[in-house]
Design a protein around this ligand. Structure first.
Ligand SMILES: [Zn+2]
Length: 721
C-alpha cells in the first residue's frame, strides 16, 4: 500500500499525512513502508535513522521506529525511542498506547493500565488501532496475573469499542462471563449502577458515568470519590467506586472499596454479604495460612528390588504418569509413581464405608540409579498434622533397600484451609457406582457441615465459625464465608443445602426471594437461584434462564429449566425448544446418571419436534466414554455415523470428541480436519462423581484427581472390536 498525502499519518494521530507531521516526508516514508511490506525491517530501520538525523523529534518517524524495535524484541532501544516519542507527542493516544504495549513487555502491568488510561483521557475521536491493541494486551496481561475483574473491564470495553467485530476477542469476553472454572461472583455483571432518582448530586454522578462509558475509569473514580466525600455512604456511589476500581486492576483498593460496601448498614444484608464475599475472594489474606509442601528424599540401595515390592504392596497405588519426551534437564523420569495410602486398599469396594476407604497422603517417585546419582525415592507430601505419620509410613516401606542418606526440602505451599477440607480417596476398582456416590456425598457433607465450622479462619480473626456463632460483629463476614463455600460446592456440582449450615450457625437463611419490588435485571448473579421460579411469569422465567445460562450459573439455570419444563404451555414459547432445555439440564446436572436421563429426554424431544437429535447423541457419546461404557459408546458412535454424519458440524464435533479422549487412531482417514469449528456441545462429563478435592477460593481449579480413576485405561477406539 503506497503512502500518499491522503493516507493516515503513521504517527497514529488520526490525521491525514497532508495535515500531519509526515507532510514533508511523503516519498521517504513511502520507501520505509515498502521496505516494511517486504519484511526488510533492518533496511527500514536504517532509513528511519537517516531521516531522524534531520528530524529527531518527528512523531511519525519515532513511532515507526519504535514499532520495528518492538517487533524485533529490542526492548531497551524501543524504550529510548518511545521516551523521545512521548516527549514529541505527549497527548497522542496512539503514542501513549504504544508506550503501554512496551510497558507490558517490560512486565509492568499496573503502569500499563495507567498509560492506557492516559491514552483514553486524550482520545477525542475514533480509537486508533494502537489503543485498541493496548486495551486488549492489557486485558490479557491482567488475566495472566489472575486479575479477572481488571481483565474483564479492559476486554469488555475493547470488545464494545470494536462492536464485537473481533471474533477472538468476543469469544474471550464471553468465556470470561461463563467459564465455570471462574468463581460465579467474579462472573457477575460489571456495569455501573444508575443514579438514584431525585438526588441533588445527579449531575456529578452523570459526569462520572460519562467518563466511565469512554473508558476513563480513573477519572470516573476521581469524580465518584469526590462525590463520596460530599455525600458519604451512598450505595450507588460506593458500589460504582468498587466496580471501577476493579477495572483499574488495583487489587488492594478494590478490596477496600468492596469492604466499604459491606460495611454500609443501610444496605440489604444480601448485598452487604455479597460485597464482603467478593472482597474475601479477592483478598489473599483470606487464606493466608499456608502449609509447606515437603519433598523427602531417601537414597535406596536397589531400585529394582524395591519397585517389585512396592508394586505388590496394597498401601501403594500406582499413579500413571506421562514421562516427558527424552531426558529433561533433571535427568531421567521416575520409573514408577505411587500414591501412599493411609490404609490397605480393600480387596473389593462392594462393602466400602467411609471408615474403610484409603486416603492418599502423599506421592512417591521411584528413580533408578543414574551415572552420577544413587537410586532414590522422592516423597512429596504436605506438612500438616499427618506429616510425621505419612513419612514414617513410607520409610517403613523402604525396608532393607533404604540407603544411608535422607534429605528434606520445601517445594511449595498449599492453603491450610484447602488442605484441611480436602481428601483424596482411592477406592477399589470394583466399587459400585452407587457406593461411590453415597460415600462421596457423605464425605462432602461431613467436610462442609462438620469440619469447616470447627476450622479457624483468617477472616474471623483466626476463630472458627462455631466460635463466633451469635456474635453480631462477625455476621456479615461469616455469612460471606458460607456463601463462598456454597458457591464452591455448586461449582463442583455438589448438592448440599447450605441453609442447614446457616441454621446450625444461627445465621439468617438464604431463602426464596420476595418478588414484590424485585428488579430482575438488578439481581446479582448469585441470588438468581433464589427466585420463586414457580411464581414467575413466562417472560421472567425465560429472562432468568437466559441470564443464568449466559453466566453458567448452574443452580439457577437448573431451577429455571425444570420450572419451564413443568409448564404445559412451554412448547409454544418459541424462544427455546424443549430439547435445548433438557440439554442444558444435562449440562448443569451434577450426576452423570441424571445427565444421561436428561440427554435421552433431549433426544426424544428433538425427534418429536422432527429435529435432528445429533447434538444430544454427541453429548451422550462423551458421557459414555467418560463412564467407560464402551459398548454403549460404540452403539451411539455407530448411530451417529450411520444417520447423522452428513449434518452440519456433526463429523467435526465427533472428531473433536474422539480426539479429546485420545481415541483417534493414527492417521485416521475418514475424518475431516476440525478447523474452525463451532463450540463443541459436550457436557462437562460427570466431573462431580470423581471430584474429590474441594475448591477453595485461593485455587483456580480443583487439583485433578489422579488416583481413583487413572487416565490410563482400556480406551475404546472406533473400529476396535
Ligand atoms: Zn503525524
Amino acid at each position: 500500500m503506497a503512502l500518499d498525502a491522503y493516507s493516515l499519518c503513521p504517527c497514529g494521530s488520526g490525521k491525514k499525512v497532508k495535515f500531519c507531521c509526515s507532510r514533508n516526508l511523503i516519498q521517504e516514508l513511502d520507501k520505509v513502508q515498502r521496505a516494511l511490506e517486504g519484511k526488510q525491517r533492518v533496511a527500514a530501520l536504517g532509513q528511519l535513522n537517516q531521516l531522524l538525523k534531520k528530524n529527531p523529534q518527528l512523531p511519525c518517524l519515532l513511532h515507526l521506529k519504535a514499532v520495528i524495535q518492538i517487533s524485533r524484541d529490542e526492548l531497551d532501544d524501543a524504550r529510548e525511542t518511545i521516551d523521545c516519542l512521548l516527549k514529541a507527542a505527549p497527548k497522542n493516544p496512539a503514542s501513549l498506547a504504544l508506550g503501554a504495549e512496551l510497558t507490558l513487555l517490560e512486565d509492568k502491568v499496573t503502569e500499563a493500565v495507567s498509560q492506557v488510561q492516559l491514552a483514553l483521557e486524550h482520545l477525542e475521536e475514533d480509537m486508533p488501532v494502537e489503543l485498541f491493541g493496548a486495551l486488549v494486551s492489557t486485558g490479557r496481561a491482567l488475566l495472566q496475573t489472575g486479575d479477572l475483574l481488571g481483565a474483564r473491564g479492559h476486554l469488555m470495553f475493547a470488545n464494545a469499542a470494536s462492536q464485537g467485530a473481533n471474533e477472538e476477542l468476543a469469544s474471550l469476553v464471553a468465556g470470561l462471563h461463563r467459564d465455570p472454572k471462574i468463581p460465579l461472583l467474579l462472573r457477575d455483571g460489571l456495569d455501573p449502577l444508575p443514579c438514584p432518582e431525585d438526588v441533588a448530586w445527579e449531575g456529578e454522578f452523570a459526569a462520572a458515568i460519562r467518563c466511565w462509558s469512554r473508558g476513563r475509569w480513573r477519572l470516573a473514580v476521581e469524580q465518584l470519590s469526590s462525590l463520596d466525600d460530599k455525600v458519604p455512604q451512598q450505595r450507588e456511589v460506593l458500589k460504582n467506586l468498587a466496580i471501577a476500581r476493579g477495572y483499574l486492576g488495583d487489587l488492594p483498593a478494590t478490596i477496600a472499596a468492596w469492604r466499604r460496601v459491606a460495611d454500609l448498614e443501610s444496605l440489604e444484608l444480601d448485598e452487604r454479604l455479597e460485597a464482603e464475599a467478593l472482597a474475601q475472594l479477592l483478598d489473599v489474606e483470606t487464606n493466608r495460612e499456608q502449609l509447606d509442601e515437603i519433598r523427602l528424599i531417601w537414597d535406596i540401595t536397589d531400585a529394582s528390588q524395591l519397585s517389585e515390592r512396592l508394586l505388590s504392596d496394597d498401601q501403594l497405588t500406582r499413579i500413571p504418569f506421562d514421562p516427558p519426551d527424552g531426558e529433561t534437564e533433571d535427568g531421567p523420569p521416575p520409573r514408577h509413581v505411587f500414591g501412599l495410602l493411609d490404609r490397605s486398599l480393600p480387596k473389593s469396594g462392594v462393602d466400602l464405608t467411609r471408615e474403610t476407604v484409603p486416603n492418599m497422603v502423599g506421592v512417591a517417585y521411584l528413580f533408578g540409579k543414574e551415572t552420577d546419582r544413587e537410586a532414590r525415592i522422592e516423597f512429596v507430601t504436605v506438612k500438616d498434622d499427618g506429616f510425621a505419620a505419612a513419612s514414617d509410613l513410607l520409610e517403613s516401606k523402604l525396608g532393607e533397600e533404604k540407603g544411608s542418606d535422607r534429605s528434606q526440602e520445601t517445594v511449595g505451599s498449599v492453603s491450610a484451609i484447602r488442605q484441611a477440607l480436602s481428601w483424596n480417596w482411592r477406592m477399589p476398582d470394583d466399587t459400585p457406582r452407587d457406593v461411590q456416590q453415597t460415600l462421596m456425598a457423605e464425605q462432602r457433607r461431613e467436610m462442609m457441615f462438620q469440619k469447616w465450622p470447627t476450622t479457624p479462619l483468617s477472616i474471623l480473626d483466626d476463630k472458627t465459625p462455631r466460635d463466633v456463632t451469635g456474635d453480631a460483629s462477625y455476621q456479615v463476614r461469616l455469612l460471606a464465608a458460607v456463601l463462598l463455600l456454597e458457591l464452591a460446592a455448586e461449582q463442583n456440582h455438589w448438592e448440599l443445602d447450605f441453609n442447614e449450615l446457616r441454621r446450625d450457625l444461627d445465621l439468617p437463611e438464604a431463602g426464596v426471594l420476595d418478588l414484590e419490588g424485585l428488579k430482575l435485571e438488578e439481581l446479582s448473579i448469585v441470588r438468581i437461584c433464589r427466585l420463586p421460579f414457580a411464581d414467575l411469569s413466562e417472560e421472567q422465567l425465560l429472562a432468568s434462564l437466559q441470564l443464568a445460562a449466559t453466566r453458567q450459573a448452574s443452580r439457577a439455570a437448573r431451577h429455571a429449566g425444570l420450572e419451564l419444563i413443568r409448564r404445559d404451555n412451554f412448547e409454544n414459547t418459541g424462544e427455546l425448544d424443549k430439547a435445548q432445555v433438557y440439554g442444558m439440564l444435562a449440562n448443569f446436572s451434577g450426576n452423570s446418571d441424571q445427565a444421561v436421563e436428561y440427554l435421552h429426554l433431549a433426544r426424544d424431544a428433538a425427534v418429536a419436534a422432527e429435529d435432528s437429535p445429533a447434538t444430544w447423541l454427541l453429548n451422550e457419546l462423551s458421557l459414555r466414554i467418560v463412564r467407560r461404557e464402551s459398548e454403549l459408546a460404540q452403539q451411539i458412535f455407530e448411530q451417529i455415523r450411520a444417520r447423522h454424519l452428513e449434518e452440519p458440524g456433526v463429523s467435526e464435533n465427533l472428531y473433536r470428541i474422539l480426539e479429546s479422549y485420545g481415541m483417534l487412531p493414527q492417521g485416521n482417514p475418514g475424518m475431516p480436519n476440525p478447523a474452525g469449528l463451532a463450540t463443541p456441545v459436550t457436557a462437562p462429563p460427570a466431573q462431580a462423581e470423581t471430584s474429590q478435592t474441594l475448591w477453595t477460593p485461593d485455587a483456580d481449579s480443583a487439583t485433578p484427581d489422579s488416583s481413583q480413576k487413572p487416565k490410563e485405561s482400556k480406551l475404546w477406539v472406533p473400529g476396535m472390536d
